[in-house]
Design a protein around this ligand. Structure first.
Ligand code: NOJ
Ligand code: CA
Length: 671
C-alpha cells in the first residue's frame, strides 16, 4: 500500500525580484539551507548546514552552441512547495522510503535566447540537496547543442577526497586514492569528501536520462566543476526542444553512514513506470564464471568450454541442492573465439555454441527450480547488440530467463557507434543505449545486471528491472588483477561507488590461498570478510562466486551464504571510517531476522557494537562467523570460528577482526 502523501500546495510568490535577488529554502528539519541568487551578471547557488557554509556561491547553468556566455539579470517567480510522503520499493535495501523535502523553483533571466528563461528547481532534504535546470525557451522541435556545464561545487575548508582519475581506459574499475581534495584532477561521481571538521559530503547526480554523465574537475583550490562526457565532435549533449537536466546532488552528513543511508538519489527519480515487477525475484546465484576467470575453462569453444551443457547441469544440481535460484552462464554464444574484445561486432546473441543446449538446460533447471541467468557480452559493439536486442531478449524470454547480465568490455572511449565513430562509455550515446536495453528487456520481463555500465543514478526507481550493475573494481580483479583489491577497498566502496546504487560485486571466494600464489594476485581478505560482503554490499542479486567444490569444503561457513537474504526491510550503516572499517546491519524483508557485516582494512580492529537496532524485548540467536584468533589476510586467511549465543537489543556485540578481516552475523529471531 502506498503510504500517506502530503503535498502542500505551491505558494506562488508573484513579486518579480530584480538583480541582486536571492531566494532561500530550508530543509524540513531546518538542517540545510539552499539559496539561489543573481548578482553582477552571475547566477549562483549556495548550501549551508546548521548555518555553516558547505558549498560557497557556485555558478549554475548550461552553455549552448551559437550563444555567447550568458549574463544573468533577474531571478523571478520563486515558487515553493513541500513534500512529506513515503513510498515502497518493490525490492531494495529499504522497503519504505521517506521523501521529505522542500522545493524551491526560481526562474532565472539571462541575455541569450535559450537562457532567457531558465527554471532552476532545488529540492532541499535534511540530508542533501538536488538541483536541476529546465529550458522552456528552446522552441519545440529545435535541435540544440549543449557545449558547457557551468555547475560548480565550491567546497569550503580542508577536505579529504576518495577518488580515482576519470577518463582512464578501464572506465570505473580503479582503486581509490585518498588525497587532499585540491589534488583532484577529474574525478568520477559519487565523489566523497570529508572536511576537517568531520562533515561528510558526496557529490553525484540523479536521473541521468538522455544526457552525458557528469565528472568533476578540480581547479587546485577546492572548486569542482561539472565536466560532461562529450561526443566525438566535442558537443556534450544533443537535445531537441525544451528539456530538463539530470539532478545534481549533494548528500551531506556527520558520518559516512549518513551518506550511505541517505535515499535522496532514489527520491529524485520518478516513480515506477513498469508497473508490476513481481516477476523479478531478488536472490542468489552461482555460475559458470569464476572458473573462466581462473583460466580453468574458456568462454570460447573447444575442449575446455565452460558453457558445455554437462558442466552447466552440474552447476544446476549444485544450485538446487543448496537453495540457489539461478545459474549464470557466460560464453554460451558464438563470438568468443579469438580476440573477442576486438570483435564485439561478431557476437551473436541468438546462436549458441553447439555444446550449449539452451532447451535442455532450461528444462533441466525448471525441474529443479533453478533458472538460467542470461549473458550478453557486447565488447562495446553496441550497434551489433542493438540490432539483435529484440531477438536476443525474445529468445531468453522463451526459455524463462528473467535476468540478463550485460557487458561492455572495451576501453572507455572506444565504444564504436553506428557511424564507426568512437563514443565514451558513459556519454549521452551510451546513456541512451543503457536505458534502451532496459526498456526492451522490460517488455520481455527481463531484468538487467549491467557490467562496465553507465554509473547508477537511481533509475531503478523508475525502471525497477535495472537491478544491479558493476561499475567498480569487483571480485574479478581478485582472479587476475595485478595487484588485486587491497583490504581497504571494501571499506571505501560503501561510501563511494555504492552510494550510487546496487553493485554486482560477486562476493564469496572461499579458496583464498589458491595454492599459495602471491598475496597481491589473490583475494586479500580473510574468509569471514567474504561472508561479511554479502551484508556490506547491497545488490538484489548476489553471486556465490566460487567453485562449488570450494563451498563443499567449508559447509559450516557456506551456511551463511545460504541463509543471507538479498532483499531488505531496512538498512543501518552503524559505524564506519572511510578506508578503515564499516559495520552494516540489515533486516530481512518479510521476516524478523537481522544480519550484520563488518569489515576492516589491513589493520586488525576491535569494535563494540550495541545491538539496539534489534527489536526491543525480542530474543535472537546470534550466529557469529568471525575471524579466528590467528586470522590474517596475508598469512592465515582461512582461519574462522563460528559461535552461537542468545542476545537481545540490550546487548553489545564485540567485533574482533584480524588484519584484512571481517565478521558476519545472522540474528535469528527466536519465538
Ligand atoms: C567483465 C565482467 O565484469 C565479467 O563479470 C565477465 O565475466 C567478463 N566481462 C566477460 O564478459
Ligand atoms: Ca568488469
Amino acid at each position: 500500500m502506498l503510504a500517506r502523501a502530503l503535498i502542500l500546495a505551491a505558494l506562488a510568490m508573484p513579486a518579480a525580484a530584480q538583480a541582486g535577488a536571492r531566494e532561500c529554502s530550508d530543509s524540513p528539519g531546518r538542517v540545510l539551507q539552499l539559496c539561489i541568487s543573481v548578482d553582477g551578471g552571475r547566477a549562483v547557488y549556495e548550501v549551508s548546514r546548521h548555518g555553516r557554509p558547505v558549498i560557497a556561491p557556485s555558478t549554475v547553468g548550461l552553455a549552448f552552441a551559437g550563444e555567447p556566455a550568458v549574463r544573468w539579470s533577474t531571478l523571478t517567480e520563486a515558487r515553493r512547495s513541500s513534500t512529506d510522503t513515503t513510498w515502497e520499493q518493490p525490492w531494495g535495501e529499504q522497503r519504505v522510503i521517506a521523501d521529505k523535502h522542500n522545493e524551491l523553483k526560481v526562474t532565472l533571466g539571462g541575455d541569450t535566447p535559450y537562457n532567457r528563461r531558465v527554471i532552476v528547481t532545488a529540492r532541499v532534504f535534511d540530508d542533501g540537496v538536488g538541483l536541476r535546470y529546465s529550458y522552456p525557451e528552446i522552441p519545440a522541435g529545435k535541435a540544440v547543442e549543449v557545449v558547457g556545464d557551468n555547475t560548480q561545487f565550491r567546497t569550503r575548508g580542508a577536505n579529504q577526497a576518495w577518488w580515482y582519475s576519470a577518463w582512464g581506459q578501464e572506465r570505473d574499475e580503479y582503486l581509490y586514492t585518498e588525497t587532499d581534495a585540491r589534488r583532484i584532477t577529474t574525478a568520477e561521481t559519487p565523489l566523497t569528501l570529508k572536511r576537517d571538521d568531520g562533515l561528510h559530503v558526496s557529490i553525484h547526480e540523479a536521473a541521468l536520462i538522455d544526457f552525458p554523465s557528469m565528472l568533476l574537475s578540480g581547479d587546485g583550490a577546492g572548486t569542482l566543476t561539472a565536466k560532461l562526457m562529450p561526443w566525438q565532435d566535442g558537443v556534450l549533449a544533443h537535445k531537441t526542444g525544451p528539456f530538463d537536466t539530470p539532478w545534481r546532488t549533494i548528500v551531506i552528513g556527520d558520518t559516512p553512514g549518513a551518506l550511505a543511508d541517505s535515499r535522496i538519489e532514489l527520491n529524485l527519480n520518478e516513480p515506477n513506470k513498469l508497473g508490476d515487477i513481481s516477476w523479478f525475484k531478488p536472490g542468489k546465484y552461482v555460475g559458470v564464471w569464476w572458473e573462466m576467470h581462473l583460466n580453468r575453462s574458456t568462454w570460447g569453444s573447444g575442449e575446455h568450454h565452460g558453457a558445455a551443457t554437462a558442466n552447466v547441469k552440474s552447476y544446476i544440481d549444485f544450485a538446487a541442492q543448496n537453495g540457489f535460484g539461478s545459474v549464470l552462464v557466460e560464453g554460451w554464444n558464438e563470438g568468443w573465439d579469438g580476440d573477442w574484445i576486438a570483435h564485439g561486432d561478431k557476437f551473436s546473441f541468438t546462436k549458441a555454441y553447439p555444446d550449449f543446449d539452451i532447451a535442455e538446460i532450461t528444462a533441466y533447471g525448471r525441474e529443479r527450480g533453478v533458472k538460467l541467468i542470461g549473458h550478453h557480452e557486447t565488447a562495446g559493439g553496441v550497434p551489433n547488440y542493438a540490432a539483435q536486442l529484440e531477438d536476443a531478449m525474445a529468445l531468453y524470454e522463451r526459455y524463462g530467463v528473467d535476468v540478463v547480465k550485460t557487458g561492455y568490455v572495451r576501453h572507455s572511449g572506444d565504444i564504436v557507434d553506428e557511424q564507426g565513430g568512437l563514443q565514451w562509455f558513459a556519454g549521452q550515446y551510451m546513456v541512451r543505449h543503457n536505458l534502451h536495453v532496459a526498456e526492451v528487456a522490460a517488455r520481455h520481463r527481463i531484468a538487467v545486471n549491467a557490467h562496465e555500465p553507465v554509473k547508477d543514478t537511481g533509475l531503478r526507481r523508475t525502471w525497477p528491472n535495472m537491478i544491479s550493475r558493476e561499475g567498480a573494481r569487483g571480485q574479478e580483479f581478485n582472479a587476475w588483477g595485478d595487484p588485486t583489491n587491497p583490504p581497504e577497498h571494501m571499506t571505501i566502496l560503501p561510501f563511494t561507488r555504492l552510494l550510487a546504487g546496487p553493485m554486482d560485486f560477486t562476493p564469496g571466494i572461499f579458496d583464498i590461498p589458491r595454492g599459495g600464489i602471491a598475496l597481491t594476485r589473490r583475494v586479500q581478505t580473510t574468509l569471514a570478510t567474504q561472508l561479511a560482503e554479502y551484508v556490506v554490499v547491497y545488490s538484489p542479486v548476489q553471486m556465490a562466486a566460487d567453485l562449488p567444490e570450494n563451498y563443499l569444503a567449508h559447509p559450516d561457513a557456506f551456511q551463511f551464504i545460504k541463509d543471507v537474504p538479498t532483499d531488505w526491510e531496512r538498512t543501518r550503516t552503524l559505524q564506519s571510517e572511510i578506508g578503515d572499517y564499516v559495520v552494516v546491519a540489515r533486516q530481512e524483508r518479510g521476516g524478523q531476522d537481522w544480519y550484520l557485516g563488518a569489515i576492516t582494512d589491513e589493520n586488525a580492529r576491535t569494535l563494540s557494537q550495541p545491538l539496539s537496532f534489534l527489536a526491543p524485548g525480542k530474543r535472537y540467536e546470534a550466529q557469529i562467523y568471525a575471524d579466528g584468533a590467528d586470522a590474517d589476510y596475508r598469512t592465515n586467511p582461512m582461519s574462522y570460528v563460528i559461535t552461537r549465543q542468545v542476545v537481545t537489543s540490550a546487548d553489545t556485540l564485540p567485533i574482533v577482526m584480524g588484519p584484512g578481516g571481517g565478521l558476519a552475523v545472522r540474528f535469528r529471531a527466536l519465538p
